[in-house]
Design a protein around this ligand. Structure first.
Ligand SMILES: [Zn+2]
Length: 266
């Protein structure tokens, strides 16, 4: 399996340098693309060029989750690669925004890519439909938005994100003892165990900060966020609010914190 990184050409505040998509061409002339990007013409042109160079045909597009930077390019790809099948874990209210006939993937499914098999891992938390793809022979995981080096992963608690699920998903990747993570943003990760442990520790330390903020009398998402993310770029404060809310909801589910009319408390 030789995945080729093809940049989606969508740099921005929330996507960093833009999304990574991965084209896997098998010697028999079939090909799979992991994540659809946003339909940028240069992305589409590079996919077409790579396929033409190997006289290959795009057979399937495997989408890690329904966020726009991963799924919005599906109709543009479908218009050119008419034989391609589009597959993801269902998230009906989001999937309907991208007009292709989605085929549903489930945890444990095996899909053909690059002449080999990828195992579908349902890894919710960043979004309810998030999946990763595990290539056991090379111990490689296409890890979507679970891990991004040099940046924090958003848990959109107001849009189906769930921090407890997210941390369980990181634990699941860790338990597979992968050799390489190929993420949807940022560079490839050659030391997955250290990075995954670091991510889990980061969330646990944030949780301790949220608990300390509550103990100090901060009762709203805003004041808790300001107490933790002192000096944060104001443009990133909405993301900080999402993360604080995600921690509070996890703590509420665990019976550690409660939300009352006048705010949150332990
Ligand atoms: Zn995402």
């Amino acid at each position: 399996m030789h995945p080729v990184l093809i940049a989606a050409r969508n740099p921005g505040a929330m996507t960093g340098h833009g999304n990574n998509t991965y084209l896997i061409i098998d010697p028999g002339g079939g090909a799979a693309l992991i994540d659809a990007g946003v339909g940028h013409e240069d992305h589409l042109a590079e996919i077409a060029d790579r396929l033409a160079a190997d006289a290959a045909m795009l057979e399937r597009v495997l989408v890690t989750h329904g966020h726009a930077d991963h799924a919005a390019g599906a109709p543009a790809i479908a218009a050119v690669h008419t034989a391609a099948v589009f597959e993801k874990y269902p998230w009906p209210e989001e999937d309907s925004r991208y007009a292709v006939p989605w085929r549903a993937l489930a945890d444990g499914d095996m899909v053909v890519a690059g002449g080999g098999l990828l195992t579908v891992l349902h890894t919710p938390g960043h979004s309810p439909d998030h999946i990763a793809f595990w290539h056991e022979p090379t111990r490689t995981i296409f890890s979507g938005d679970l891990v991004t080096l040099g940046s924090s992963v958003m848990i959109h608690s107001s849009r189906g994100g769930d921090l407890a699920q997210y941390m369980a998903s990181l634990e699941r990747l860790l338990a597979l003892n992968p050799r390489v993570l190929l993420p949807a943003h940022g560079p490839r990760i050659d030391d997955p165990t250290a990075v995954l442990i670091g991510y889990l520790e980061h969330r646990r330390s944030r949780e301790r900060q949220v608990i300390a903020a509550l103990a100090a009398g901060h009762a709203t998402v805003q004041t808790i966020a300001e107490s933790i993310y002192d000096g944060l770029d104001p443009a990133l404060m909405p993301a900080a609010h999402e993360n604080v809310r995600a921690h509070l909801e996890k703590l509420e589910a665990e019976g550690v914190a409660v939300e009352e009319v006048d705010g949150w408390r332990l």
